[in-house]
Unconditional design. Structure first.
Length: 389
């Protein structure tokens, strides 16, 4: 059973869908033609999406949000998945809610509120050249020095780092790991490189940072690492939601083309080879979508015992499903599917990262397997009942 989505959220979902169709799909086509993103137009569209009220909806009401449930966020995130070039983030523009659990009132005032007001952005700097899948491998250190900290290390793949006003940097403070709020202009912080990626041209860049004797005040340290773990897990369910949105658009595009295209005197939709690809895609999409909404409901029930494992299942299945659906869509379009001007080509490249970031497919499998071995299969059944951890 699909969970109920409140009327007001359904109305926002419809407005986002319209924005994606009317504003972002033409922009995608323009990007494909130019081979690059018009940054001026990108900023203008971001401002327009913000004005339309698509930002911070996950934040508590006292922070200007709607305190949306995870199910409602998933419903909106699906629409974000229906556009390429990373443009979807502007219509499902979640605020830094996880920071609220970690930050002091002063840190909230200084860092979170400007993000909520749209004056700046945050970027998470966790991965390093020598550490990705296992954050225990990070080498960045934070040494206490007088009334502050000195950070040393290197951070890779920092998404949104090109326009972030501050970074959330994970480092070793002695034997424990802690996160630090580091201003973009902190002495000793340097953006070393902005490499190109498979999904370019993409609305966000992924920068490399170097921290060399980077001094931050004692107030820069965030409390605990629970928020970071929660952020990773919540991002995983949102990735699953975007993959479902992407797959839905791909199935529709491939279906329409199959009804239009003729080969050997017949519509290709009349060939079983094509029909079977469409049938597999829509079936797998539905399985992923049901799983994603179910897991979102588990988040809303605040049932922590199996949340991590179930979220891993949704991320794993939905991202691998979307990869297969994009591959079949390219096939159904034939040569046209290989052209950059075709959304199927762009999705084929762009969806690849969903099997890598926020934990690779292998890491999701490890999480699932470890939980399964510990608790047994019953705990992982998605039948809507709560099972004892
Ligand atoms: C476009 C992009 C944006 C990103 N944005 C951010 C960001 O904003 N902030 C940030 O901090 N990071 C970010 N990342 C980093 C991302 O989270 C990591 O790339 C990811 O976690 C994998 O780490 P790795 O690249 O070091 O791969 P590795 O950990 O080196 O893994 C290499 C291979 O080994 C496998 N492997 C590793 N360990 C095991 C194991 N125990 N068992 C079986 N197989 C294993 C992996 O599955 C993979 O196939 C981003 C990455 C990309 C590509």
């Amino acid at each position: 059973m699909m969970p109920e989505i409140p009327e007001e959220v359904r109305a926002i979902k419809a407005r986002i869908a319209e924005f994606v169709r009317e504003e972002l799909h033409p922009f995608e086509a323009e990007i494909a033609e130019r081979g690059e993103i018009d940054e001026g137009k990108l900023s203008a569209l971001r401002a327009k999406a913000r004005e339309a009220g698509f930002s911070n909806l996950n934040m508590p009401r006292e922070y200007g949000g709607m305190d949306l449930s995870v199910v409602s966020q998933v419903a909106l995130e699906e629409e974000a998945g229906k556009t390429t070039n990373g443009l979807g983030y502007m219509v499902a523009d979640r605020g830094p809610r996880e920071l609220l659990d970690l930050a002091s009132p002063e840190q909230i005032e200084r860092y979170v509120m400007p993000v909520v007001r749209g004056e700046t952005r945050e970027a998470w700097a966790i991965t390093e050249p020598g550490a990705g899948s296992d954050i225990k491998d990070i080498a960045t250190t934070a040494a206490k020095d007088g009334d502050g900290w000195v950070l040393d290390g290197e951070k890779w793949f920092v998404t949104g780092g090109e326009r972030a006003g501050f970074f959330i940097v994970l480092a070793w403070d002695g034997e424990e790991q802690a996160s630090f709020l580091v201003d973009r202009d902190a002495p000793g912080l340097e953006i070393v490189r902005t490499p190109a990626f498979m999904h370019d041209p993409y609305a966000s860049k992924h920068v490399e940072l170097r921290l060399t004797g980077c001094r931050v005040p004692s107030s820069a340290r965030l409390g605990g690492d629970k928020g970071t773990k929660r952020w990773f897990s919540l991002e995983r369910i949102m990735i699953a939601a975007r993959c479902c949105g992407a797959a839905e658009r791909l199935v529709d595009l491939a279906r329409s083309w199959s009804l239009e295209r003729e080969a050997s005197g017949r519509k290709i939709s009349e060939y079983q080879a094509i029909q079977f690809m469409l049938a597999d895609s829509v079936t797998e999409l539905n399985a992923a979508r049901l799983m994603t909404y179910h897991v979102a409901q588990v988040w809303d029930q605040d049932d922590p015992s199996i949340l991590h494992g179930k979220t891993a299942m949704a991320k794993l299945f939905a991202s691998e499903m979307a990869g297969r659906v994009a591959d079949r869509a390219v096939q159904i379009f034939g040569g046209r599917g290989y052209m950059v001007e075709n959304p199927a080509e762009r999705y084929y490249r762009e969806l690849r990262v969903d099997r890598i970031w926020e934990g690779t497919s292998e890491i999701q499998r490890l999480i699932i397997a470890r939980g399964l071995l510990k608790r047994g299969a019953k705990a992982y059944m998605m039948d809507g009942r709560r099972h004892p951890g």
